[in-house]
Design a protein around this ligand. Structure first.
Ligand code: ZN
Ligand code: ZN
Length: 595
């Protein structure tokens, strides 16, 4: 006979619970989504020991009648189950009605709820109801889940790392707060505040609550639309760079989703603004007709595919790149120190929430201060450091020099950093990074010309290659010709170069050619933009003045003038800063002339 029929309901519950509830985060997620379904405007999440000891979620939603409360713990009461495609059409998030009985099967769960006409308290221990009585009449629901997995010790073992449980929950609640700025979220662990949003439907305030004031000041609003998409949100200054993609949040029709392609598009927009292993802070909202997307739901994340990716890519690239182009991105030297500190703190804050707790009092205070600021937190001109305003029109930008006022060299430190000044303050310029940026933009411009100018070599250069290299080189012969080289085969695994692109004339030609050919042999990426970028950046690095090179005042003047003419004078092609400023105000503050 069928043995499965003999399985006790208790055991079946525990098994099913394992499928739905694996970690504390799953419990928080189910309960928070239920609270949102119940139209709550306030959701409070209180944890003890990252939720392993206790998860308490209180909302001010519609609550349940006595009958509904009983039904909520019945495995068959999955009234909310909907087709997944409906997800973007319906408001309901709790499409897995299984969750509550599953949670109750592996914990001591107390439900206290009221729909305004009757209050109910139900207590379930390991799936068995042990208490049901009348309760408080305050509308809303409070669910307390204690001793999660106490009766499934194997699963409990997986939860030993309190840090990662809390970090997952914190990440989830942050994303929910971004998705529902009109809902007030509070997250506490062992009584310490980790996040509080005010539910005022202001995305910028949510960003502030999550990332802190120093960061929100360096987030710039973006917006744009085309026939298929409307995008909006906030993008961070490149100097806010992060070590992981975690701070890129993408919302589609108000829901946090995952899409690696959109991540990549955003990171590409920051190309050469920050080192390649760094990532920007971005909150991007995408509004789109649900017909154009394909939703794929996992227990912990939501993947969305866009059917018109091309037009979305174009729109994002356009809006983000143009916004970055309008910003003056000279980090303030002294604030940079503070901001670095904040960034480190933020990283401990938001990726290791345990340490964050130590600061939670400060956070309470900061939150209170922030409240008092009567919120005109639109990024103010004065916050956007020095120089051009973010609303500079493209036309103005085309005379790039307007973005940085003329700087006059004062001297050179360690043969590496130019000290310069103007009426706004003092500047430190990394001479190699600045020269590299100038050369890079020049090479790139020359390389992308239709018919690159060539220069015949008085003495042709011959080069010999290993056989494996030669095979690859022959395969990509055309690449060399496209770049403006006249090359011919010359005996055994040897080539003869008779002319070179004109832009190589001031480099160490032999070395530069070798570098270019190495890039081709590397075959890493022949996508035109990235290929050209790599060549230009590599050759520019070698062709630029080095550190410990004692250049003259006249050289400095020329360098600074040319740097100001660059499209992006603020970073070298590898994303390192070229200029740092100490504004007059900062200097006065540092020397206590102004407080
Ligand atoms: Zn370099
Ligand atoms: Zn560089």
């Amino acid at each position: 006979m069928n043995r499965i029929q003999l399985m006790s309901e208790d055991l079946a519950n525990k098994i099913a619970a394992g499928e739905v509830v694996e970690r504390c985060m799953n419990v928080v997620k189910e309960l928070v989504e239920n609270a949102i379904d119940a139209q709550s405007s306030e959701i409070k999440i209180e944890l003890v020991d990252s939720g392993v000891k206790e998860i308490k979620i209180t909302d001010n939603g519609t609550g349940m009648s006595r009958e509904d409360a009983r039904l909520a713990f019945s495995r068959h009461a999955t009234s909310k189950l909907k087709k997944l495609d409906d997800l973007f059409h319906i408001q309901t998030l709790g499409f897995r009605g299984e969750a509550l009985p599953s949670i109750a099967a592996v914990s001591l769960t107390t439900l206290q709820t009221s729909d305004g006409s009757e209050g109910t308290l139900i207590e379930i221990d390991g799936g068995k109801m042990i208490r049901e009585e009348a309760s408080d009449l305050r509308k809303g629901t409070c669910i307390t889940v204690r001793n999660l997995f106490y009766n499934t010790p194997v699963r409990l073992k997986y939860l030993k790392n309190l840090y990662s449980e809390l970090s997952l929950i914190s990440d989830y609640v942050n994303k929910m707060a971004l998705s529902y700025p009109h809902v007030s979220f509070t997250l506490k662990n062992n009584g310490k505040l980790l996040l509080r949003t005010d539910g005022s439907d202001n995305l910028q305030k949510v960003i502030h609550a999550i990332y802190g004031l120093d960061i929100v000041k360096k987030m710039v609003p973006i917006s744009g639309e085309n026939d298929d998409y409307v995008i909006s949100g906030y993008i961070g200054y490149p100097e806010l760079m992060k070590g992981t993609r975690n701070a890129i949040t993408i919302l589609v029709n108000g829901r946090v989703i995952r899409n690696n392609e959109v991540n990549r598009i955003l990171v590409d927009c920051y190309h050469t603004y920050m080192p390649p292993d760094k990532f920007p802070i971005v909150v991007l909202q995408i509004e789109v007709d649900p017909i154009l997307i394909d939703v794929n739901i996992h227990p912990t994340k939501m993947d969305v595919k866009f059917s018109k990716m091309d037009t979305l890519k174009e729109l994002i690239t356009d809006v983000v790149s143009n916004t970055l182009k309008k910003l003056t991105l000279i980090p303030d030297g002294s604030r940079q120190i503070a901001l670095d500190g904040a960034t480190i703190k933020t990283e401990t804050h938001y990726t290791t929430p345990f340490e964050q707790e130590f600061d939670s009092e400060k956070k309470e205070q900061e939150f209170a201060d922030f409240e008092k600021m009567t919120l005109s937190l639109e990024v103010k001109e004065s916050d956007i450091s020095y120089g051009a305003k973010p609303d500079t029109t493209i036309d103005e930008i085309e005379t790039w020099e307007n973005r940085i006022k003329e700087m006059y060299p004062v001297g050179l430190v360690h043969g590496t950093y130019i000290v310069a000044e103007n009426e706004d303050g003092m500047f430190l310029i990394d001479q190699h990074a600045a020269n590299e940026r100038i050369n890079y933009e020049y090479y790139l411009k020359e390389m992308t010309k239709e018919n690159p100018h060539k220069m015949d070599l008085l003495v042709p250069i011959s080069m010999e290659f290993a056989s494996n290299e030669y095979v690859i080189l022959k395969e990509h012969w055309q690449k060399l010709e496209d770049l403006g080289f006249d090359v011919e085969e010359f005996g055994f695994q040897t080539i003869m170069i008779r002319s070179i692109p004109l832009w190589l004339r001031n480099t160490n030609q032999q070395a530069a050619i070798r570098q270019i050919i190495d890039i081709i042999i590397d075959r890493e990426d022949f996508q035109k933009e990235r290929f050209f970028h790599r060549i230009a950046a590599t050759v520019a690095c070698k062709a630029s003045i080095k550190a410990n090179d004692f250049i003259t005042m006249e050289d400095m003047r020329v360098l600074l003038t040319r740097l100001r003419k660059c499209q992006n004078p603020f970073t070298c092609p590898h994303g390192r800063p070229t200029i740092i400023t100490f504004s007059n105000y900062e200097l006065e503050r540092l020397f206590k002339r102004a407080m």
